[in-house]
Design a protein around this ligand. Structure first.
Ligand code: FES
Ligand SMILES: [Fe+2]
Length: 382
């Protein structure tokens, strides 16, 4: 991708706060695309489950006795009661029991008991399994898809972006620390901010010390006017600056180097894989960080940040994680603050839409994809 040669109109301002438009985006994007919802190591035992809320939909993901995963709507087939009230737990004896009239399901979703039901000839329990949700695993990351027939398989959906981290042993890594952050902005505001570094020099002075290219307001040297490749195959990769090795405040490595990434990738210090709209994953020489994005309303978004280390590491003292937590926490806090300011200003009666500068090309691609997904669903309806 490269810079744009003209300015472009941004999305209409009311797409960032209008409740009806928010519902349209849930339908066109969040209920159709694959969305990252967690890591397999959070479901270690048979019957372990977690609940994930996507827009108005509540989905349960659980582990079956054969180690595979199952996902279903958190809704009883009798009269629609919610099944799980806790965000996570374990189904005892592999049974899911509805509190209301005790209809009982196996973790694979089949209805196995309906205590107290008066018998009739026309009732067949086989017709009342839990409503299934597609669930797949990509290298330890769990994805669900709320569409009854997803347009793309998970691998196809993830595409080339999945390739960027091929040398990091993601499937053999574990989340060693998780933090959640709520930001009072539309989910698109967060993604748009992620997609440009125009704001970096002013908003992220500490990060710019580790990533000097960011202090020029771009994320790669290739985006600077007049940039020429220095050697064959030079694509102007995003790298840490001289003297820095990874994303910590000092730029120093504080944990063992991960086996897998090439010398070049290790020197780069940072590699991104972005899976819009629900997640991005960042590989560093000594750790991996994933950020999951979930809209919780038209003007709020919840981030779930996981720090991953190879599962062979034993983290005895969480203090050793501090260097890898510090910079990311600060950057998210800085981004959250400007995202909230952005959201607040969008409600001006005079502001119909913003305007994108040439270096905001990734952001423009993001907005184009939102536009086209909305247009596709509209065309399907009419
Ligand atoms: S609603 Fe679940 S058993 Fe009646
Ligand atoms: Fe930022």
């Amino acid at each position: 991708m490269s810079t744009l040669d003209q300015v472009n109109p941004a999305l209409p301002a009311n797409w960032y706060y209008d409740r009806e438009h928010y519902s349209r985006e849930l339908e066109a994007i969040w209920y159709r695309d694959w969305i990252g919802v967690g890591r397999v190591e959070s479901l270690r035992h048979d019957g372990d489950y977690f609940v994930i809320n996507v827009g108005t939909q509540s989905v349960v993901v659980t582990r079956l006795p054969d180690g595979t995963l199952n996902a279903f709507h958190n809704t009883c087939r009798h009269r629609g009661s919610r099944l799980c009230q806790d965000n996570q737990g374990r189904f005892r004896n592999g049974r899911i029991i509805c509190r209301y009239h005790t209809w009982t399901y196996a973790t694979d979703g089949t209805l196995v008991a309906t205590p107290g039901r008066l018998e009739t000839d026309d009732f067949d329990a086989a017709n009342y399994s839990l409503y299934a949700v597609h669930v797949e695993i990509w290298r330890g990351f769990i994805f669900i898809n709320l569409s009854e027939s997803p347009a793309l398989g998970l691998e196809e959906f993830l595409g080339d972006e999945a390739d960027a981290l091929r040398n990091w042993p993601l499937e053999d890594m574990c989340s060693v620390h998780q933090e959640k952050v709520t930001i009072a902005c539309n989910w698109k505001v967060f993604w748009e901010n992620y997609n440009e570094c125009y704001h970096c020099p002013r908003v992220h002075p500490e990060l710019c010390k580790v990533m000097p290219i960011y202090s020029k307001g771009v994320s790669s040297a290739a985006d600077l006017p007049g940039w020429e490749p220095e050697f064959d195959g030079d694509v102007g990769r995003t790298t840490v600056g001289d003297g820095a090795k990874t994303w910590t405040m000092s730029g120093e490595i504080s944990l063992p180097i991960i086996q897998g990434p090439t010398e070049e990738e290790l020197t780069q210090g940072v590699v991104f894989s972005s899976f819009s709209a629900s997640m991005y994953v960042v590989g560093h020489p000594d750790y991996v960080r994933s950020v999951r994005i979930m809209p919780t309303g038209p003007e709020t978004v919840e981030l779930t940040i996981d720090w991953l280390l190879p599962s062979s590491y034993e983290v005895v003292d969480k203090q050793i994680l501090e260097p890898i937590l510090e910079l990311a926490r600060l950057v998210i806090q800085q981004d959250g603050a400007v995202c909230e300011l952005n959201q607040q200003g969008l409600r001006s009666k005079r502001h119909q839409s913003g305007v994108l500068m040439p270096q905001e090309f990734d952001l423009w691609h993001f907005q184009e994809s939102v536009r086209s997904k909305l247009a596709n669903t509209k065309a399907e309806r009419s």
